[in-house]
Design a binder for this molecule. Structure first.
Ligand code: CMP
Ligand code: MG
Length: 421
């Protein structure tokens, strides 16, 4: 944990408070950041000798200073606050990956638009062109009444993600993340075999943020790598605690396993494998108790990287789980490419089993193929007794779902084990 004053310093890097009349930057200076106005009002103006020409006044939810980041870094105009103003800081780091990820035409159009705007501003400065008064704020047209319009929607999405990204940067230090554990049971008898670690974010003053709101932002910003390493570390520590609880209740019970989810960016995280090696050591030669879940689409999209990762992970004795099997591709042809230990069938299969005999045959067939390839099979989304019985009858090895337990914090997972088998 960092001391509080350092945390505050980190928070300040992401926001900036201006007093009324304070000049943020002057035209011609080199710019390192753009700003989103959280509250307050700023004035954009061009300077020529002692003369000032006001170009625009911008208020809450508007962005400025972006031209320096999109072009040659020099400020095309000066900016001062007209009242106390709070700004969200947007750094080149925030924009870099998004711009790299944009298609070449989009990047080209952006550059052209910025160049043209700069050229006009240069003419204003040299006196060749007069604005003849304050430019109106940029129009953000509304498509239909009730429809907020594509421009506003894009802006809200972009700024919303930016805010989440800033908060995510602080969330690790502030210990706002928690892991919840969902039991994975032996299908044959319902005994707990292990747990899946699931990331939860509790934001102070807001509460739980749904994973689909913050995981994509963590992915896009690369923050997922450090968050992912924290997840693995915390999950391993909790695995040892869960195991202690299990052994106290049932001294001869086999050790539990823990699965953690890997995301695309982590495949290229140079610190991932060294961290895994340290965890393998902590598990005292039982690396197989840590299983890495990688989704089917991620594997297929990164065949070479995945093969290399699987080989390294196998050397550490850890297991790889093919997660969400059957979503999207539903193809068996790639299975031989990956030496994974476990196949996790998507919940849609379980739902299908309850309503159609054909689905049961499909699941039975997949179980046969998986077993023939030396993999064991987990089904996800088991919610009823009937589904549990069907999974058992079809030879599925492990099952997971609300029927056996929801994801809960460690404190609530421990008593599940103390009860014994
Ligand atoms: P930058 O060149 O980094 O610094 C000055 C900023 O003024 C510039 O980015 C834009 O964000 C902003 N700016 C320039 N021209 C206009 C304009 N016509 N209307 C509103 N803002 C502008
Ligand atoms: Mg998973």
């Amino acid at each position: 944990m960092q001391p509080v004053h350092e945390q505050e310093a980190a928070a300040l890097e992401h926001t900036r408070l201006l007093n009324a009349q304070e000049v943020l930057f002057r035209q011609g200076e080199l710019g390192e950041a753009a700003y989103v106005i959280e509250s307050g009002l700023v004035e954009i103006y061009s300077e020529r000798g002692d003369e000032r020409e006001v170009i625009a006044r911008l208020g809450a939810n508007e962005i400025f200073g972006e031209m320096a980041l999109l072009g040659d870094r020099t400020r095309s105009a000066s900016v001062r606050a007209l009242e106390t103003t709070r700004l969200l800081v947007v750094t080149p780091k925030h924009l870099g990956e998004r711009l790299e990820g944009a298609d070449p035409m989009t990047r080209h159009l952006l550059r052209i638009a910025v160049l043209r705007c700069r050229e006009l501003l240069a003419r204003v400065r040299s006196g060749q062109l007069r604005l003849g008064g304050l430019a109106p704020p940029l129009p953000l047209p509304k498509a239909d009444p009730g429809d907020e319009g594509a421009e506003v929607r894009d802006r809200n999405l972009a700024f919303g993600r930016l805010r989440i990204e800033q908060e995510l940067r602080l969330a690790l230090e502030r210990q706002e993340f928690q892991l919840h554990y969902q039991p994975i049971v032996h299908a044959a008898n319902g005994h707990i075999a292990g747990f899946e670690a699931l990331l939860r974010w509790f934001k102070p003053g807001v509460g739980r943020v749904p994973p689909d709101e913050f995981i994509p932002v963590a992915e896009a910003s690369g923050l997922i790598c450090s968050i992912g390493r924290w997840v693995i570390q915390a999950a391993v520590e909790d695995l040892l605690r869960l195991d202690d609880a299990r052994r106290r209740a049932e001294p001869t019970a086999p050790p539990l396993f823990m699965t953690v989810n890997l995301s695309a960016r982590q495949l290229e995280d140079p610190e991932l494998l060294p961290a895994l090696a340290r965890h393998a050591e902590r598990l005292r030669g039982q690396g197989c108790r840590l299983k890495l879940e990688v989704t089917e689409s991620l594997m297929i999209g990164n065949v070479v990287l995945m093969q290399a990762l699987i080989a390294s992970v196998r050397q550490l004795g850890m297991h790889v789980v093919l997660d969400d099997f059957g979503t999207g591709y539903c193809s068996l042809s790639y299975l031989h490419l990956f030496e994974v230990h476990t196949m996790k069938l998507d919940r849609s299969f379980v739902r299908g089993m309850a309503v159609s005999e054909a689905s049961q045959k499909v699941v039975g067939g997949i179980v046969g193929i998986a077993h023939a390839l030396g993999m064991d099979v987990v089904v996800e989304g088991v919610e009823t007794d009937e589904q549990a019985a069907q999974a058992r009858a079809l030879g599925v090895d492990y099952a997971q779902g609300y029927h056996f337990g929801r994801p809960v914090p460690l404190a609530e997972s421990l008593p599940l084990l103390a009860r014994g088998p």
